[in-house]
Write a new protein. Sequence first.
Length: 577
Amino acid sequence: MSTVRTLLHGLEKKFRIYSLLSPLSMVGEVVMETVIPLLMARIIDVGIAERNLSYVLTVGLLMVGLSCVSLAFGALGARFSAVAALGFSRNLRRRLFRRVQDFSFSNIDHFSTSSLVTRLTTDVTNVQNTYQMIIRMCVRAPFMLISGTIMACFINLRLSSIFFIVIPLLGAMLTIIAVSAYPRFRAMLHQYDLLNGTVQENLIGIRVVKSFVRGSFEDKKFTGAADSVRRTQLAAEKVVILNLPLMQIVVYACIIVSLWFGGRMIVGGTLLTGELVSFITYVTQILMSLMMLSMVFVMLVLSRASIARITEVLAEEPEITSPEGEALSAVKDGSVEFRGVSFSYLKDPSNCVLSDVNLRIQSGQVVGILGGTGSSKTTLVSLIPRLYDTTAGSVLVGGADVRSYGLETLRDSVAMVLQKNVLFSGTIRENLRWGNAQASDEELKAACIAADADEFVSTLPDGYDTQLGQGGVNLSGGQKQRLCIARALLKKPRILILDDSTSAVDTATDARIRSALRNSLPQTTKIIIAQRIASVQDADVIYVLDNGRINGSGTHEELLRTNSIYREVYESQQSEN
């Protein structure tokens, strides 16, 4: 029941009403279908036997009327269940998506992106179909089974004894099928995760695939993943497909037995012909209801794995949340301090990528961070807006521990331009307004001028209304970087972090952007991660990272005198020039 409450939580009242109307309509349909065979028996045993045409026409018209009412109830039930199921799936997808939005990076890493995509699409569709079938068939089929059995017993209890043997036997067989199929369907959904991961990776990196002529390799990899899905699905379906032939064997066997013994009873005078006809109709109804239940059973087996995967996401607690109770609602300034900070992605203090980091940045300073690949520069700055939390030590922003701020407050005060430039489908204007939804056209233009982006945007046919493909595929790397910087500037943040975000532009453009940043945001703390010393040499202070530790700090001139790593990088870059 707790799982049902979890899935139905937040479902709008309208869809709850539809979810109740559908089974009520099904009850009406079954009542009509239960009465019709009795009328048919009366036509045969009374109207035809006594050659009473008036009686036949009267009861026949009544049967037609009941059939029309039954059809109306069935159509209404189908519509109500479809609307309810679609509302249910919309609500469930929305809750899942909102939950994912609350996840920290470590939560997302726990599931993987491809698995979350599968859960939001395939798994929710499975549960939607099951929900629709439950609110229709799980009322219609049992009600028909019970009413049909009662009516069959009413006609002839002795002949009805066959059901008391068949129904428990079928129940046992269906249980065996379900127990065998569940782990196979769960394995199939895991293979869907891997398949989605392969597709996602290939499409994101399609340019790399083509430039290295690895299309054939990727095709083989996809074929292998698709074949794994085929094999696991086949293994699951091989068990489930036994359901239909078993049901058909039982249906036909029951009809044959009923005709055999019923015919003997008619000859013996203990059963009327019309009663046997109506009894056979009830047999068909009972066995059809069992078949419906078996279909629901199969859907439940399939969706059970999907339900488990969905509830796993809904039950996952975000590792990074706003503090309980009263949180700080404003960041005083852009000062940053690291006090004995260590960090491990595995939450293992013995396996830290950052170790005992101590640094202090004053508000409004321009700070450079330099280090080799894998020195954890990006990890260091990710701790400032709490994309990750420290394993040990504390990070302070505006003089207060970052864990004392509401997440929205803290992250609103920090703008990050990441190594991987992310733009979204839509116009350039819409992408820029991610930084400030209320920004005027003049503010957009000013931010783009500061980021050295206005010149190329103005040359586009539609200017700021130019449509961008997914990820900004119709722009160069340098153009995307500059738009991302402009988007960050529109935030007017307390702290601006540029994570190697000018690597795709030339040194002259880089210099213009840095100069504009210093002039346009004088009160904002600017933290620049770079591989090129030219990008940080005019910073107020430069920190050199080596294997997750602060190796040195100072101005450009001080580090040239005192830090061997910095001097070596500077000399190698000078010789290249």
